[in-house]
Design a binder for this molecule. Structure first.
Ligand code: NAD
Length: 430
């Protein structure tokens, strides 16, 4: 089939590339011309394991195209995926749909024969109805479908090609039949193809993300209790998670959840609740708990340092919101590092995905090109993101000091081993 992905970000690029790898012809469109020209010269603008190889392969086979020519891409394609961002609106908790509606208004004039228009972006329930109104003059030529994306950055290719489920929201039998064929190679193995109403599909995405965010906040709050009760949260999480009704995933205590989805999607769901006159008090509490956590963990760090951070070298290992991605959106380091810097700490950081523009404005925040440089003579090491690179470190060799302090925000190391190694250790909920 001929497909067009509008918005070549984490979602549009990965799904476009994976669809092309299944033999479809895919046009990835973006209004960011620099991104398109980078992709056309073989530069991948995001860090995602395995993506570069797949791009090269399919680009060479002329199944994958990168373009800013939205008219041509839409006219050629049978299916159009809208994959633009839906960030939180300024001064409100709602999802900002301006990019989605911009795309709809842009492409409506290019619809001259039947096309399926899909929102892959995460959009609040009833957005499809609004899109239908934009396309009302082309009513007979388009089916507006919701097909939310569930991939996770860092594991995006595997998630896209072996998803737990594919959710398709439409009442159109014609669109459903075509999409079943498109997704057949993906769902044929283990995953489920879920056909539902468009509003149902839109809400499934928010319901899933808010539930996962709830799981994280729940275990994080229990970690606070564990610290006071002398229990290791890892034991509790394991004991809970082995119950199949609960499941082990998303039960790892750590910093506040971040990233491009959970924070904005929980906020947007709360607003959707309001607009439908429904009180989502659990979602409300989760958002608050997560906001409080940024502050709480920073305060715990200060306590660990006995309040003395002025002119101290603090090393952050990892600054992204999770490993295997370069995405900094709503990472807790964006709160912690400026806070510590403002109080006179000297920050060094290393992240395998490279230097971050977010910290370039701070005088005493230094990006180090390797772990050794980042850790040398440090007064405190903070494991902020659990990249594999940080899992087997010899801190004595790295820090080259007698008094080593480690704040392990991801509970990577064993407190017992650290005690044996004479490293002052502080984890989360243990
Ligand atoms: P992103 O910011 O990485 O990419 C969006 C892209 O859209 C940008 O490159 C931007 O230039 C482009 N764009 C905006 N307006 C455009 C227009 N008019 N024409 C062409 N291009 C345009 O966003 P993302 O992380 O890929 O997220 C996209 C959507 O998918 C969001 O709704 C998000 O919630 C959802 N989602 C994201 C993830 C994730 O892990 N990132 C996972 C599932 C769902």
């Amino acid at each position: 089939m001929k497909l067009c992905m509008i918005g070549t970000g984490y979602v549009g690029l990965v799904s476009g590339v994976c669809f092309s790898d299944l033999g479809n012809t895919v046009y990835c469109v973006d209004k960011n011309k620099e991104k398109i020209s980078q992709l056309n010269s073989g530069i991948v603008p995001i860090y995602e394991p395995g993506l570069e190889e797949l791009i090269k392969k399919n680009y060479k086979q002329k199944r994958l195209f990168f373009t800013s020519d939205i008219k041509k891409a839409v006219e050629i394609s049978d299916i159009i995926f809208i994959c633009v961002g839906t960030p939180t609106k300024k001064n409100s908790n709602s999802a900002d749909l301006k990019y989605v509606f911009q795309v709809a208004n842009q492409i409506k004039k290019y619809i001259k024969k039947y096309k399926i228009i899909i929102t892959k972006s995460t959009v609040p329930v009833s957005t499809g109805d609004k899109l239908e109104r934009i396309f009302h003059k082309k009513k007979k030529l388009v089916d507006i479908v919701s097909n939310p994306e569930f991939l996770r950055e860092g594991e995006a290719i595997r998630d896209f090609t072996s998803p737990d489920r594919v959710v398709i929201g439409t009442n159109s039998e014609k669109a459903n039949k075509i999409l079943k064929t498109l997704y057949f190679p993906i769902v044929k193995k283990t995953s489920r193809y879920i056909s539902t109403s468009r509003r149902g599909a839109e809400l499934i995405k928010y319901a899933s993300n808010a539930f996962l965010a709830t799981k994280i906040s729940y275990i994080n709050e229990l970690a606070n209790l564990c610290e006071k009760a002398g229990v290791d949260i890892k034991d509790v999480a394991y004991g809970m998670g082995t119950d199949q009704r609960i499941g082990e995933r998303f039960l790892r205590a750590g910093p506040a959840y971040g990233g491009s989805c959970f924070p904005k999607d929980t906020r947007a769901l709360l607003e959707t609740g309001k607009s439908f006159n429904t009180n989502l008090s659990i979602v409300h509490s989760v958002i608050k708990s997560n906001e409080d956590r940024k502050n709480l963990l920073t305060k715990k760090l200060l306590n660990f340092m006995k309040g003395k951070i002025k002119n101290k070298f603090i090393t952050f290992l990892g600054v992204t919101f999770k490993p295997n991605t370069d995405d900094m959106r709503e990472a807790s380091s964006l709160y912690m590092i400026p806070y510590l810097h403002k109080r006179g700490a000297k920050i060094k950081y290393f992240d395998p995905s490279g230097e971050k523009k977010d910290f370039k404005i701070f005088k005493n925040v230094e990006y180090c090109k390797n772990i050794e440089k980042a850790c040398l003579h440090s007064d405190l090491i903070v494991i902020h993101t659990e990249w594999n690179e940080f899992k087997f470190l010899n801190f004595k060799k790295l820090v080259k000091k007698s008094n080593i302090k480690l704040y392990d925000m991801r509970n990577v190391y064993s407190p017992l081993q650290m005690k044996k190694d004479k490293i002052k250790y502080f984890g989360v909920g243990r």
